[in-house]
Ligand binder design. Structure first.
Ligand SMILES: Cc1cc2nc3c(=O)[nH]c(=O)nc-3n(C[C@H](O)[C@H](O)[C@H](O)COP(=O)(O)OP(=O)(O)OC[C@H]3O[C@@H](n4cnc5c(N)ncnc54)[C@H](O)[C@@H]3O)c2cc1C
Length: 409
């Protein structure tokens, strides 16, 4: 490419790649930098909600390909672990009149990224530069410039806008001095992945949430490299214990056996321990620099909304950047982006992910029973269940913020 790109993107995770694809296929010149040599395969997000499938469906065949390499999961369940009681079951089929996608797709994040990257590499106006680390960012009234360390040294790259899709520790956000407001949970979360078939042996569906006053759990299935697939379990851990204590073979076996007693030891194919935050950037826009995805917001994974919010950010932002770059729209549209997406992050994702955690970890028996009664009542009434699903599937959030305007803010 001989002329400067119009949009620079820091970060080639799913949010950066989806942004590059949306812009590039409209002919916008894009240059994307990622510090890694290739896509990362660590087990992270998998649940892709109906509202996000709607956004991804802007790219022909993408959702269909995700369903092929993932699992279609219309149902999720809430269980009480101590009593083994199924409290509530929700079926996305109730959303059939609301969305073309009345189900979630369990598609591992690295597969979604791979599907995006394959498409991005076919777009002539997009350059993807792996092994390129964004070191610093600057801007003037007419453009941005980014200092990037590649294999042949440090170079400056210029563009009209920069998207900071460089994850939770975003250098873009830090360089812009945008506060990342919120808090970090004391307990780390542990993810243990096993081929043990929880559906066959226990009757748990592909997305199951377990309330327990001692130790809650999420258990969900991913397709992995093909049938029979793998099951991921997520638990909170004791903040007083070290990583070595939590991750030893003995400790992870004991944890799974305590929760789901089985005759044989569990085969564990992945184990990960990670710190969880609830944070939202004070603004998603600083002049010509815009944040999207984890660089703008972080939340606990209960309910599976983090990446979903990021992909929705990319859809919203790129629509506006295309209007600005190709149709001469006023760049105040980027303020609207910030308003809309911060509203989703704060009023929906933060609020719900914290409520989801509180519901699973409730200790007091009266509160637990009240939670269970509420969930059972919701599940038993199709209209209430549909309203609940509209929220959990993020459709309600998308609809609410579509109506926001800067004038009303
Ligand atoms: C265990 C776990 C389970 C999760 N489950 C779910 C779930 O079920 N559903 C859900 O929606 N979300 C889930 N999440 C959250 C989800 O993984 C993140 O929201 C998602 O990764 C965000 O994508 P992103 O593209 O914004 O950032 P990232 O995926 O973090 O990508 C950022 C990219 O930027 C690159 N980068 C960073 N700094 C630089 C730099 N200076 N220069 C160049 N490149 C840089 C990195 O290499 C990386 O490739 C989960 C997270 C974890 C940890």
């Amino acid at each position: 490419m001989t002329t400067d790109p119009e949009v620079l993107i820091a970060g080639g995770g799913p949010v950066g790649l989806f942004s590059a694809l949306l812009l590039g296929r409209q002919g916008v010149k894009v240059r994307l930098f990622d510090i890694n040599a290739s896509l990362q395969r660590d087990p992270r997000a998998a649940t892709t909600h109906p509202a996000t499938l709607e956004v991804l469906s802007a790219v022909d065949g993408l959702v269909e390909d995700m369903a092929k390499v993932g699992l279609v999961a219309p149902i999720f369940q809430f269980w009480d672990r101590p009593s083994g009681r199924l409290i509530a079951e929700f079926d996305h089929a109730l959303l059939a009149s609301e969305t073309r996608f009345p189900y979630v797709i369990q598609c591992e994040q690295f597969k979604t990224s791979q599907l995006l990257l394959e498409r991005v590499l076919k777009v002539p106006s997009v350059e993807v530069l792996f092994q390129h680390e964004v070191l610093s960012v600057e801007q003037t009234s007419s453009g941005v410039s980014v200092s990037v360390k590649g294999l042949d040294g440090i170079h400056t790259h210029n563009g009209r806008y920069l998207i900071g899709a460089d994850g939770g520790r975003s250098i873009t956000r830090k360089q812009c001095k945008i506060p990342f407001e919120g808090f970090t949970w004391d307990e780390r979360f542990i993810v243990l992945t096993t081929p043990f078939d929880f559906l066959e042996h226990r009757g748990y569906c592909y997305r199951s949430y377990f309330a327990d006053p001692d130790e809650w759990c999420n258990c969900f299935k991913v397709a992995a490299d093909g049938p029979p697939g793998l099951w991921r379990t997520v638990f909170p851990t004791d903040p007083a214990l070290s990583e070595a204590e939590l991750m030893s073979d003995e400790a992870v076996q004991a944890r799974l056996q305590k929760f789901f007693p089985a005759e044989q030891p569990y085969e564990i194919v992945h184990r990960n321990l990670y710190t969880t935050h609830q944070r939202v950037a004070e603004t998603f826009r600083a002049g010509r620099i815009i944040l999207a995805g984890d660089s703008a917001h972080l939340n606990n994974p209960i309910g599976g909304m983090g990446l979903n919010g990021g992909l929705q950010d990319a859809g919203n932002l790129c629509e506006k950047l295309i209007e600005i770059l190709l149709n001469g729209a006023n760049d105040r549209l980027l303020d609207l982006y910030s308003l809309q997406r911060r509203t989703v992050a704060i009023d929906f994702v933060q609020e719900q992910s914290i409520a989801n955690k509180r519901r699973l970890e409730a200790k007091d028996e009266e509160t637990r029973q009240r939670n269970f009664d509420q969930l059972s009542a919701l599940a038993a009434d199709p209209e209430k269940a549909r309203d609940f699903l509209l929220r959990s599937s993020m459709i309600l959030a998308q609809r609410r913020v579509a109506g926001l305007s800067l004038e009303a803010a």
